[in-house]
Design a protein around this ligand. Structure first.
Ligand code: ARG
Length: 442
């Protein structure tokens, strides 16, 4: 029974939240006349001492006492006697654990928010530096149009910006206190739930006591925001893996974020990127795990809900690691600008610019321009050259109206510089967007 029942092995992580909750509860019990001033003071001192014991590693954690709540309370009574036994008045472990997990998730959101912002700042710095570094833009992982390394990195900044706002939404929605719901139906003691809610930084007490002890949707929402953020990190990580592959050769990572091989002396493996990519798996696992634990649970609290914690803790820690590693890799990476530019010319990447020129200068309908350009691409393929290397005569054979001016739009630099539409890839846009983000991140 103890082996399956005890949660102290993992829920001890919530000791700060448990003590914070008990301090607020005790202060409120005194305020409404249930505890004397002396009892409340004894509880306060006792909990502070327990905090120190846990911090310095001398706290006698006991598996027989099941969880963090019973461990702290038993130790409190051991230290201060009678007042310790009065602390649990008007409270149950059901609202206590609901409170602790909520406080823990809220703290985790605040920590992750700062980390995402740091990762974004790293990306913005590199984006600004490479606002004009031309690289291939892909669709279907096939050469599509030239873009810039800066524009590419800022795409991730946008995603991470939404991840922050998802976490902020989750935080705003979950910021109500379950404390005082007691076991499930509230209590006959004259407790003041508004007072504890305010003391603990909540906007209000939860309105329904059954909901307060039975719900973990905020934890699911948090995990889902974590999973989405991890998905973004894993896409960048996958690109790092591709980019550092010598066949791409777009980017180099230093020894700080790569490892060697025990047998192949030449190896430089992007382990950090691979692990960022892989952490997504366990975070998704935690999300699906908790959704599955909660589905079909009858009102209200069931011990099933004790299974919420390990996945939550693991997901938050995995995401924190992934964010730190990503920020580190982004700051560390050395893009090979010449190689990126060279690669951006491959695959007739300025074909769209040619078609656009035909539309703009000869007023051809876009579909006709697309067709003519397709013929010229086929011709260049046949001759084994790039579009700008075709002769004017060849161009004019496809359409007699073509002039020398067409060559001015066929370089990759001209291509990116021309894309000045809002949100487009032009270096002037990228610099403006980087500045916009820098201001918001400051
Ligand atoms: N360790 C429990 C959990 O994590 C605390 C609540 C226990 N409540 C109870 N009635 N046994 O959910």
């Amino acid at each position: 029974m103890q082996a399956i029942n005890a949660s102290i092995g993992f829920d001890r992580k919530m000791w700060r939240q448990d003590i914070r909750g008990s301090l607020a509860h005790a202060a409120m019990l005194h305020h409404v006349g249930i505890l004397t001033a002396a009892e409340e003071a004894a509880i306060r001192d006792g909990l502070a001492a327990i905090g120190h014991e846990i911090e310095e590693g001398s706290f006698p954690f006991s598996e027989a006492l099941e969880d963090i709540h019973m461990n702290v309370e038993a130790r409190l009574t051991e230290r201060i006697g009678e007042p310790g036994k009065r602390l649990h008045t008007g409270r149950s472990r059901n609202d206590q654990v609901a409170l602790d997990v909520r406080l823990w998730v809220r703290d985790a959101i605040d920590g992750l928010d700062g980390q995402i912002a740091d990762c974004m700042a790293a990306l913005v710095d590199r984006a600004e530096e490479h606002a004009a570094s031309v690289m291939p833009g892909f669709t279907h992982l096939q050469p599509a149009q030239p873009t810039t390394f800066g524009h590419h990195l800022l795409a991730y900044v946008e995603m991470l910006g939404r991840d922050r706002s998802r976490l902020a939404d989750c935080r705003a929605r979950m910021n109500e206190s379950p404390l005082g719901a007691a076991a499930l139906c509230g209590t006959g003691f004259p407790i003041d739930r508004h007072m504890t809610a305010t003391a603990l930084g909540f906007d209000a007490p939860m309105r329904n006591s059954l909901d307060a002890v039975a719900s973990r949707d905020y934890a699911i929402e948090f995990l889902s925001a974590c999973a989405i953020c991890a998905t973004h990190l894993s896409r960048l990580a996958e690109e790092m893996v591709l980019w550092t592959n010598p066949y791409f050769g777009f980017v180099k990572l230093s020894d700080a974020f790569t490892t060697g091989s025990s047998i192949m002396p030449q190896k430089r493996n992007p382990d950090a990127a691979e692990l960022v990519r892989a952490k997504t798996g366990r975070i998704n696992g935690s999300l699906v795990g908790l959704l599955t634990v909660m589905k079909g649970l009858p009102m209200t609290y069931g011990k099933d809900m004790q299974e919420d914690k390990e996945g939550l803790f693991d997901a938050a820690e995995s995401l924190a690691l992934g964010l730190a590693a990503t920020a580190g890799m982004v700051r560390d990476m050395k893009p090979d600008v010449a190689r990126l530019r060279e690669a951006s010319r491959a695959g007739f990447s300025t074909a769209t610019d040619l078609a656009d020129w035909l539309v703009r200068e000869l007023r051809l309908p876009f579909r006709d321009a697309h067709h003519i350009t397709g013929r010229l691409v086929a011709e260049a393929e046949r001759q084994g050259c790039d579009l700008p290397e075709l002769s004017l005569a060849t161009m004019q054979a496809a359409h007699p109206g073509i002039t020398m001016d067409v060559f001015s739009v066929l370089s990759v630099e001209a291509s990116v510089a021309s894309r000045t539409s809002f949100g487009g890839t032009a270096p002037v846009n990228v610099r403006r967007a980087a500045a916009w983000w820098r201001e918001r991140l400051a």
